[in-house]
Design a protein around this ligand. Structure first.
Ligand SMILES: Cc1cc2nc3c(=O)[nH]c(=O)nc-3n(C[C@H](O)[C@H](O)[C@H](O)COP(=O)(O)OP(=O)(O)OC[C@H]3O[C@@H](n4cnc5c(N)ncnc54)[C@H](O)[C@@H]3O)c2cc1C
Length: 430
């Protein structure tokens, strides 16, 4: 990350952005492009960001949150940790009780439909905003309009996803339904026989999300943005704005954008905001495709394994695990990614792992699957931009534009009511 260390106390700026993942960087770039003096604060190495290690999928169809009506049928398996898509650390559950209550309340057909409608404007703008950002960051070669596939191992599993397809169709999301041979024709690298599949063609993918984020950091620096590699230790409102405490001394800003991913709720808590929030942890590991295998040309969600296989370059596949509900800083537990890797070996012709250890990141998760984007209810100079869950890589750039709209007093380009912070600060009606 291009950076400038805070060597003197008292640095000041128009806007301080806390967090240098996809959301924070896109916000910092958009703010800088609107002529504001911006300081970005982030302590981490590139790998520490969730934006580094995801599947890189940018899909207009990513509008259906985890909490859907199908949850109730899967709950017994989830509770026994017998479904690979979700792993619960029971000792952690009391700490995420508000998240859990909201999550269960959101698992209704009506709420799922509403969430889909709320997310559609965001996901519909995602690819275009990525293209614009990539053109400026010099990363268009990383972005491809590949489509992505949800593959089902049995006809029953495909039939069980009928409501998902109905909601996507209601919202005009394009999809092609494939049988097993059709899928095999499309992706000859697959060796596992799948029964059915859904191709979502209005989808792009990023071949190296970490490189994209690095390029965005360089773009921000090139625009004259300042980066301080330090963790925010505290945030206090002052008469003229905000004081942000970092190790080298305070930074003063007229406005603050809180975009620290899974750490955001902890940073907001001392200001009196107790969000229903959790870290949905996820792992990845890379494997080489066998030299005789055809390339994998687009990401695939193997719904039977609860994991994603994403091509990262011609001959490298990133295997990504489902969700692990645990404290964001708890030690890693490789059981889920090891299971995902075993399944992947039966799906593609893969060699051994290319990394020494699996990567671990934490999706910043709101229980209803909608991000928090908006002004803090009691602190007008504070803008929240976090909680993008499973879609933060894709919707980061459009969120950045919305943040810049808010900070410069322009009407936001999308309806923000569904993303209001208030909804996660009170208990839901059950
Ligand atoms: C396995 C997996 C697969 C995924 N696949 C996809 C996908 O295909 N498509 C998609 O759109 N999304 C995907 N996601 C989700 C996506 O990666 C996240 O939603 C997104 O990265 C969140 O971005 P962010 O900027 O909010 O958070 P992050 O990228 O985590 O960035 C937050 C930053 O805040 C910094 N920070 C933390 N504490 C402080 C502090 N005190 N002071 C200052 N800075 C701080 C951190 O160092 C970090 O750099 C996936 C996630 C996982 C785990």
């Amino acid at each position: 990350m291009s950076e400038q260390h805070a060597t003197t106390a008292g640095d000041s700026c128009d806007v301080a952005v806390i967090g240098g993942g996809m959301v924070g960087l896109a916000s910092a770039i958009a703010l800088r492009e609107r002529g504001l003096d911006v300081v970005l604060l982030d302590p981490g190495e590139a790998r520490a960001r969730t934006s580094f290690g995801n599947a890189g999928v940018i899909s207009r169809g990513s509008i259906l949150p985890m909490a859907g009506p199908a949850l109730w049928g899967k709950l017994p398996a989830y509770l026994r940790n017998a479904d690979r898509a979700l792993r619960l650390r029971y000792t952690h559950l009391p700490r995420v009780l508000p998240w859990t209550v909201h999550f269960l309340a959101a698992a209704r057909t009506s709420a799922w439909r509403r969430a889909a409608g709320a997310l559609l404007p965001l996901t519909s703008a995602a690819y275009t905003e990525h293209e614009r950002l990539a053109a400026r960051a010099g990363t268009t070669h990383l972005l491809k309009r590949t489509g992505w596939i949800k593959a089902y191992r049995t006809d029953e599993a495909f039939a069980a996803a009928a409501l998902e397809r109905a909601i996507l169709a209601e919202h005009g999301v394009a999809m092609d339904l494939l049988d097993g041979p059709g899928l095999r024709d499309l992706e000859p690298a697959l060796v596992r026989p799948f029964a059915r599949a859904m191709l979502l063609p209005e989808t792009g993918s990023v071949g190296d999300p970490g490189a994209l984020v690095e390029a965005c950091a360089a773009l921000f620096a090139g625009l004259g943005g300042r980066t301080i590699r330090a963790a925010t230790r505290g945030l206090a409102p002052e008469a003229e704005g905000w004081r942000i405490d970092v190790e080298a001394g305070p930074v003063f800003a007229r406005q603050v954008v809180l975009a620290a991913g899974a750490a955001s709720a902890d940073i907001a808590r001392p200001l009196g905001y107790r969000f229903a929030f959790a870290a949905e942890r996820g792992y990845h590991r890379h494997y080489a495709l066998h030299p005789d295998s055809p390339p994998l040309t687009r990401p695939i969600l193997d719904t039977g394994a609860g994991s994603i296989l994403a091509p990262m370059g011609e001959a490298r596949v990133r295997v990504l695990s489902g969700v692990e509900l645990d404290a964001r800083d708890a030690p890693p537990d490789h059981i889920q990614i090891e299971a995902a890797a075993r399944e992947a070996m039966g799906t593609l012709r893969l060699g051994g792992p290319l990394d020494n250890q699996p990567w671990l990141g934490a999706r910043p998760s709101t229980p209803d699957g909608l991000p928090v984007i908006g002004r803090a209810p009691r602190h007008p100079g504070l803008i929240f931009a976090f909680g993008h869950g499973h879609i933060g890589l894709s919707t980061g750039p459009v969120t950045g534009q919305i943040v810049a709209d808010l900070a410069t007093g322009r009407p936001p380009r999308l309806p923000l009511e569904p993303f209001s912070p208030e909804r996660l600060l009170r208990w839901p009606r059950l």
